[in-house]
Ligand binder design. Structure first.
Ligand code: AMP
Length: 534
């Protein structure tokens, strides 16, 4: 794969498109792009066998937008796609690619007010992405003009077939120029017979493009994956629960690398990053610090990580799922070297599950589904880590200089356990200011039912919070049965939740500054009626 790298710069692309692609953070074409874009730019019809996640949208988007004539005010390209979500996603990606060329793409799908679409269609749209049903609607109403369409794209053709859209597609095609007078690009994950037939009938000597499926061998590394809607939170928990190690985290784009580095730095991790734009001196400096252990985490794109040669990487983390099986194998091959055991962790959002399965299939390997540690696990792990460090210090017996201070304080009547706990807090958190009242005193009068503590949360109806969100997140994060949670009152901007007294402290320590539905939580004992009067 690495031998014949093709760059975007080597393709016949205008500055405007090239710069837009750079802004999107794409450093080099994905395999499907490397094969499709040159063919499409030469004017060939192309059949691409590729799934979501391989970069197929840009594979047909880049050449299509490159070939749009900005001065021609008509719709020049039409993309047919099975679902509205996909139509929106494709239009978003096209609008990014076309931003300097000022090529506008409009998504058109069922469920949205047709009048609004009709109005939008009048405003100089050059590309339309639509679901077949809604497009037919527009064609029949004569609210869309397709006689200047030079490029037709069928995306996820097999899905459209499964959804019964074939006749609609044929009707739409009959409204377009003859196959000889237009370019047709067809993308499909599989090639069932009806799609082959469609291609034969409506495409002009198409070139077939596939991502190779030959077997790729995976090094022996423990492979795990986590499915989560909040990859960043998940990553932090994984980092917090693991013993120290050397981590490489892979992101898809330069921008993702920068964003992740900034977010991790804010949380106090020692992070460095590599991307294609860096000078050799900058790269060397980061690599040296990583090798010497001054950085525990290195974040990189696939391109930037090429040529990294470090033997003792303990974890490879795919923060963004790789676009093809080859790069998965390359990435995880960076750990488990020289006889050491390595761990490869892949984070996916629920919609990426199919892509994960396809990587497993093509690499003939299996990733074990992992359960993300709960914040309670993380706290427990931190306790253990503190204990380990303390025991090590005790065993090393290097603290004689401090004996005097402790015995002085003990002579003043303080308990040894208290002194030890205070010393530990001092070393970990520094001097902490005293809260008005100790926490358990603040549990006394919260207005909760007997035996319960009423807690105040700073989120409510305005944030779309429902009782089940609270129960689900308390139960999974704090690791308690949902049934022990008491009354929940949700107001516009805040919520009261009752929990049993004996777990109230745990709930606060786990949930405070945690998130529910992406909102950061402040949680504290509620003020009871008596307190409010004060
Ligand atoms: P797709 O297969 O079109 O759904 O693309 C999957 C994801 O990969 C999208 O988030 C794209 O923005 C991203 N992507 C596409 N091409 C590249 C590339 N050459 N380099 C990095 N990311 C890419």
């Amino acid at each position: 794969m690495e031998e014949n790298i093709i760059k975007f710069e080597d393709m016949q692309l205008s500055k405007k498109v090239l710069n837009a692609v750079k802004d999107m953070g794409f450093e080099e074409p994905s395999p499907i792009q490397a094969k499709t874009i040159p063919l499409a730019l030469e004017g060939h019809d192309v059949i691409g066998q590729a799934q979501t996640g391989t970069g197929k949208t840009a594979a047909f988007g880049i050449p299509t937008i490159e070939q749009i004539d900005e001065k021609n005010k008509y719709i020049q390209a039409l993309v047919l796609t099975p679902t509205r979500e996909l139509a929106i996603q494709i239009a978003e990606e096209f609008n990014k690619i076309g931003k300097y060329k000022k090529v506008k793409t409009l998504p058109v799908y069922g469920g949205q007010m047709i009048d609004r679409q009709i109005r939008a269609l009048r405003f100089g749209v050059k590309i339309v992405v639509g679901t077949p049903g809604r497009l037919i609607d527009h064609i029949r109403r004569n609210t869309i003009k397709l006689d200047h369409v030079k490029t037709l794209i069928l995306d996820e053709a097999d899905e459209m077939l499964d959804m019964g859209f074939i006749e609609d597609i044929e009707e739409i095609m009959s409204n377009l120029a003859q196959k000889e007078d237009r370019q047709t690009l067809l993308f499909s994950a599989t090639m069932p017979a009806p799609i082959e037939k469609l291609a034969r009938k409506y495409m002009n000597d198409p070139k077939k493009v596939m991502i190779s499926r030959e077997q790729i061998t995976v090094p022996s590394v423990d492979q795990l994956y986590f499915e989560t809607r909040d990859k960043f939170e998940g990553l932090c928990r994984v980092l917090d629960i693991e013993d120290s190690g050397k981590y490489i985290i892979f992101c898809r784009t330069k921008k993702n690398v920068d964003d992740l580095q900034a977010s991790l730095q804010v949380r106090g991790y020692m992070v460095g990053s590599l991307h294609g734009d860096m000078s050799q001196a900058q790269r060397d400096r980061v690599m040296r610090r990583f090798r010497e252990g001054k950085l525990e985490i290195l974040i990189a794109t696939d391109v930037a990580a090429r040529g990294i040669d470090i033997d003792d990487i303990s974890h490879v983390i795919n923060f963004d799922i790789p676009q093809d099986p080859e790069s998965y194998v390359h990435r995880i091959g960076r750990t488990g070297r020289a006889g050491r055991t390595g761990i490869a962790v892949t984070f996916i959002e629920p919609k990426e599950y199919r892509q994960l399965k396809s990587i497993e299939r093509m690499t003939k390997s299996r990733m074990i589904r992992g359960e993300l540690p709960t914040p309670a696990d993380v706290i427990e792990r931190q306790r253990e880590a503190i204990k380990e460090r303390l025991l090590k210090t005790l065993n090393n017996n290097t603290y004689a200089d401090y004996h005097m201070i402790i015995s002085d304080i003990a002579n003043e009547g303080y308990d040894y356990v208290d002194i030890a706990a205070a010393a530990l807090q001092l070393s970990i958190e520094g001097v902490k200011e005293k809260d008005d009242k100790p926490l358990d005193e603040r549990f006394e009068n919260t207005g909760g039912a007997p035996g319960m503590v009423r807690l105040f949360l700073n989120i409510g109806r305005k944030q779309g919070i429902r009782p089940q969100d609270i129960v689900r997140s308390f139960a999974s994060e704090v690791d308690i049965p949902g049934s022990i949670i008491g009354v929940i009152n949700i107001y516009d901007k805040f919520t009261f939740v009752e929990v049993p007294k004996d777990i109230a402290e745990k709930v606060i320590s786990v949930m405070h500054r945690n998130t529910i539905k992406g909102y950061k939580l402040n949680i504290e004992p509620a003020k009871g009626k008596e307190d409010n009067k004060k």
